[in-house]
Design a protein around this ligand. Sequence first.
Ligand code: SAJ
Length: 418
Amino acid sequence: MSENLIKKIKVKKVKICVIGLGYVGFPLLKLCQDKGFSAIGLDVDQKAVDNAVKEGVSATLDAEYALTDSDCIFICVPTPIEKNNRPNLQYVEDAAKTIAKFLKKDSLIVLESTVAPGTTEEILVPFLKGSGLKDEEFYVAHCPERIDPGNKKWTVKNLPRVVGGINKKSTKIAVELYKKIIDAEIQELSSVKAAESVKIVENTFRDVNIAFFNEIAKSFDKFGIDISEVIKGAMTKPFGFLAHYPGCGVGGHCIAVDPYYLINKAEESGFNHQFLKLAREINNSMPEYTVGKVKKAMDKANKTINGSNIAILGLAYKPDVSDMRESPAFPIIEELEKWGAKLTIYDPYILEKSSVDSLEKALENKDCIVIVTAHKEFLKITPEKLRKHKIKVVVDGRNILDRTEIQKSGIIYEGIGR
Ligand code: SAJ
């Protein structure tokens, strides 16, 4: 029967349903529709459905309407972590239970959400079996999402993907489907666990590399070495080096989250990822380290944080996006308020959470400015602009300003590792 499904995929006669219309599901749904498939989105949030419909894509809150007769179902729901850093799979389980109610023979379910190795087979498939279908009557695969919010160059349309199914037929069908949707390499893996592991490894790799540079930054601060210069120097080596950058913290719902999936899963099997845990500890220590740099800089200016006017520049977790999830801005704000600072918040992408609506206003009458997010607007903070606003203390949490020029102007500058 899988041959029928493959034949229907090849002529784009399958009905596709995408569950979860966030930053992963919505672009995928739109792409399926643009590629000529009959595709519908399903979400539990009216706003998400309305946004999709506004963009000319069909979407609904009605699971029966969306899933009845669906041949291929993508699950693109959040997989956050709890306060104790344990994975929360509630959204995946809810999606699976909903699918099971309407699952028909010979359909394919693909989980795109980031999960620990083993999750598809141990959690998703048992719920799908609630449909009453036999194992061989439906197909399941994992194809980890690789959306990089804000990235205009690499999008769902042209990003290479990896696919692994719970069995050979599932893999084959899923690969055929992705080849019809995505204009990039679709790599077939030998198992669904391998596919789950690829994404976790990609993002954990990034987390440990960032932690490496964060730790180096802390030690270079002791030696008075400028880490930005050292990274630039190391990058002249054309092989065997991959730059990452120290900063005031690691935010977002990928890099700051995904390593915990592997850490927790390994713990269940009796393995302790001490290196990954240490990297998480180092990255999680950076907001506090940054506040320590504020204290150090204010001491140099013979000022106290208590009662001082400090501008927090940036709330978003990374440059030129409006996403604040896991942003280091929040622990930095909390800590500085504890020290008695009077804070002015400015993020050009999140004005609704800012206390002023322009950089100029954010710089007015400040004892100190702290750069938390490397938004391109903040690259315009020149020594002239700082002098104009009589700013005496700069803490550059993303090492984006010209330290030498700022210091030449007699302004106190503290970066992260410089
Ligand atoms: N960060 C550093 N130093 C670095 C790089 C990042 O401190 O050298 C910080 C950022 O400021 C941010 C956090 O880490 O707070 C995460 O930054 P990110 O650039 O990794 O952005 P994300 O979380 O959106 O990561 C996504 C991921 N994509 C997917 O999971 C599909 C990740 O795999 C990509 O590598 C990353 O985008 C990317 O390349 O931009």
